[in-house]
Design a protein around this ligand. Structure first.
Ligand code: GAR
Length: 218
């Protein structure tokens, strides 16, 4: 049986592109929703033949009203999993609860470090030797749900926020397909204690991507 995936985006959609290229059965991307009409990821979806639409948050008077409409659009695809791929919105608790255990996010830092915005600059300012990205289950705490897997890069002497972000994105493009595949295969789930892979509780710091080499990588 396939795992129906809906991807939510706000911008370029390079993570969406990585999912399009690397996911295979049982994962199936059935829809892409953007909250900004100019989100380039919508074009990526069109090129890939995936149903896509924009629900512009600017047309709504409140966060609650937008999230209610968003839930209706998401549900129209009957997804098993909702993937936040650069979806730059704070979600209402109602929306998060609705998809409890079936919503993943990617965040550009080694959580629990640097929740929120400007993560690359903050890692540089702190003088960190390494930085990276994290996949986690979404809960009501912003960027605070149980961690699944992290990918790391070394910070190098001349890094700017832009060069560091570019290297982190390369890692992101391997990280998300890995985690979504696990979920689609029924290996990854959110249990009452935290995230589990193959029935084993994932430690609070998450798994390390380098321990799971991917053979189907582009
Ligand atoms: C990604 O780097 C992702 O980690 C980040 O937005 C970017 C989207 O890029 N997400 C967040 O900052 C969430 N708080 P993309 O549109 O090219 O996939």
């Amino acid at each position: 049986m396939s795992c129906r995936v809906v991807v939510l985006i706000s911008g370029s959609g390079s993570n969406l592109q990585a999912l399009i290229e690397q996911l295979d059965s049982p994962a199936e991307i059935v829809g892409v929703i953007a909250n900004r009409p100019q989100a380039y990821g919508l074009q990526r979806a069109t090129v890939a033949g995936i149903a896509n639409e924009c629900l512009d948050h600017q047309g709504f008077s409140s966060r609650e009203a937008f999230d209610q409409a968003l839930a209706e659009r998401i549900d129209s695809y009957q997804p098993d999993l909702v993937v936040l791929a650069g979806f730059m919105r704070i979600l209402t608790p109602e929306l998060v609860r609705r998809y409890h255990g079936r919503m993943l996010n990617i965040h550009p830092s080694l959580l629990p470090k640097y929740k929120g915005l400007h993560t690359h600059q903050r890692a540089l300012d702190a003088g960190d030797a390494e930085h990276g990205a994290t996949i986690h289950f979404v809960t009501e705490e912003l960027d605070g749900g149980p961690l699944v897997v992290q990918g790391r890069v070394k910070v190098i002497a001349d890094d700017s926020a832009e060069t560091l972000a570019a290297r982190v994105q390369l890692i992101e493009h391997r990280l998300y397909p890995l985690a979504v595949s696990w979920f689609a295969q029924g290996r990854l789930r959110l249990a009452s204690q935290g995230a589990e892979l193959d029935g084993e509780l994932i430690a609070s710091g998450g798994l390390r991507m380098e321990d799971y080499p991917q053979t189907s990588e582009a």
